[in-house]
Structure formats: structure tokens, C-alpha cells
Design a protein around this ligand. Structure first.
Ligand SMILES: [Zn+2]
Ligand SMILES: [Zn+2]
Length: 128
């Protein structure tokens, strides 16, 4: 669900333009010229630049004696709904993201290595 964007300075919600910047989608108000980041820092995917991200639980695992892998705790990891699609599906089934998993949302190199999945869907949208 997309939340409605409103200018924090004057309350304008129509005359807003978005443009990508290294920090995320930058919104500019056509009425009072205010500029701000839509999603704050690090809320865009490092691989596709999209902002369709979600936070999932990630397992902190440890090899106890032998080959037994045990989960010793959970942390959070940011995933891209486009580039990390398969892992999001995996975690929706109630399984924590393996701690060895490299999030394409955080690590552009991991996303590129994964190859084709980054081009799927065309989910990058910049709304006027
Ligand atoms: Zn404004
Ligand atoms: Zn992505």
C-alpha cells in the first residue's frame, strides 16, 4: 500500500515531483520548493533502486558440534520485493532468512551476481 505523500512544509499533495537520488527518492514541492526524501536514507534497493522493500526476520545461526545448525537468535534484514522476491516468499512461509543470505536490497553486488531476478517485474516507478 502506498501512503499519500504530502509536503511537510505547506501540505501540498498534488504538485509534487519525485526524482531518484543517491539517498533515495527525492520529492520536490512545486508550490513552496521544499525538498525531502520520501523514504529516508537507505530505503531504496541497492540493486534495482526501487523502494518496494520490506523487513524480514533473519536467523542468527551457529554450528553446534558436528553439522547441527541451530538458530540462536533473530535479527532484521531489509529485502527488496523485486530482487529478493524468492527469499521473501521463503520467509513468508514462516522460515527465517538464512544468515548467509546476502540481501540484494542492501548489497548491489549480491543482486547483480544473482542475475536475471533483478530485471524481473519492472517495479521501479517514479510517480509524478
Ligand atoms: Zn510545499
Ligand atoms: Zn531491488
Amino acid at each position: 500500500m502506498q501512503s499519500r505523500i504530502v509536503c511537510p512544509t505547506c501540505g501540498e499533495s498534488e504538485e509534487l515531483t519525485g526524482s531518484p537520488s543517491p539517498d533515495g527518492i527525492r520529492i520536490r514541492c512545486g508550490r513552496c520548493d521544499a525538498e525531502w526524501l520520501r523514504d529516508g536514507v537507505s530505503q531504496t534497493c541497492a540493486t534495482c533502486g526501487g523502494s518496494d522493500l520490506e523487513t524480514r526476520s533473519r536467523a542468527l545461526t551457529q554450528y553446534s558440534r558436528g553439522t547441527q545448525l541451530s538458530i540462536v537468535g533473530l535479527s532484521e534484514i531489509l529485502l527488496c520485493r523485486v530482487c529478493d522476491h524468492d527469499m521473501i516468499e521463503w520467509s513468508k512461509a514462516g522460515r527465517p532468512v538464512p544468515h548467509t543470505y546476502r540481501s540484494a536490497a542492501l548489497d548491489g553486488e549480491a543482486g547483480r551476481e544473482r542475475g536475471d531476478s533483478g530485471t524481473r517485474g519492472g517495479a521501479v516507478r517514479i510517480e509524478p
